[in-house]
Design a protein around this ligand. Structure first.
Ligand code: SAM
Length: 230
């Protein structure tokens, strides 16, 4: 049984896609996507030896070696130009996801959809999409086994379209803020508590740098509180 997190990622793959799943680990996602009729072919990319071998084994065990090509390499280097039209990158930090996209920009030319699942730092991914003319078209937030996950879906378009208040929506997610489900409320209640704690710890900050940091946290907290009051 595939995790709810990865099932959510898979649910956004357009039917008939040729997929690249980068950082595929066991290749569970491309195997599931093929067996459920989302994709016709896939590349499972892995940079690390162990996960690369797990992916190869899983694909062979599932009898899918003819449709899922497991490749070892860094990020989008495993993809050839025009080879895929949908990319999934899941289960990593937002900075790493953004770096993988940034370093593989030339492979994105014919890609129609990105489905990204940052474990932390979703705002970094939203900012990358905004800077690179990808329009965020949908988002999900969900809780599984005590962890909260965000899934971001993007296509080429007007990158500013989903935003009415850029700064706070880059942080919270424009779609997630509109929906405000239980996982969202839980995440931001925890985040605000964490921010308050950090601010309190910096209460007697003396260095200029610490004082600047503290002010940033105060501003962020205020911005989030205001957005959630509406
Ligand atoms: N995508 C799977 C999921 O969501 O369950 C696996 C997530 S696992 C935590 C992250 C995987 O990304 C690891 O197997 C790691 O080796 C791989 N990875 C990290 N950086 C990578 C990169 N630059 N290129 C390809 N794979 C990478």
């Amino acid at each position: 049984q595939l995790s709810k997190r990865l099932q959510t990622v898979a649910s956004f793959i357009p039917k008939g896609s040729v997929l690249a799943d980068i950082g595929s680990d066991h290749a569970y996602l491309p195997c599931y996507a093929y067996l459920h009729g989302y994709i016709t072919k896939a590349i499972a990319g892995e940079v690390a030896d162990g996960p690369f071998r797990s992916a190869k084994q899983q694909v062979e065990k599932s009898g899918l070696s003819h449709v899922i090509s497991v490749r070892k390499g860094d990020g989008l280097q495993v993809v050839m130009p025009n080879e895929v039209d949908c990319i999934t990158i899941a289960g990593m930090g937002g900075t790493l996801i953004s770096n993988i996209l940034e370093n593989g920009k030339e492979k994105l030319e014919n890609v129609k959809r990105l489905i990204l699942q940052p474990n932390v730092g979703a705002h970094i991914v939203r900012q990358w999409l905004l800077n690179n003319e990808w329009e965020l078209i949908d988002e999900r937030i969900l809780e599984e086994d005590g962890q909260i996950y965000e899934v971001l879906v993007a296509e080429r378009g007007d990158p500013y379209r989903p935003y009415t208040q850029l700064q706070v929506e880059l942080l919270l997610g424009p779609f997630l803020l509109k929906e405000r489900n239980e996982a969202f409320e839980k995440k931001w209640t925890l985040e605000m508590k964490h921010l308050s704690d950090v601010i309190e710890q910096l209460e007697h900050a003396k260095t200029e740098e610490a004082m600047k940091k503290k002010q940033q946290f105060v501003d962020t907290l205020q911005m989030v509180e205001e957005a959630l009051k509406r």
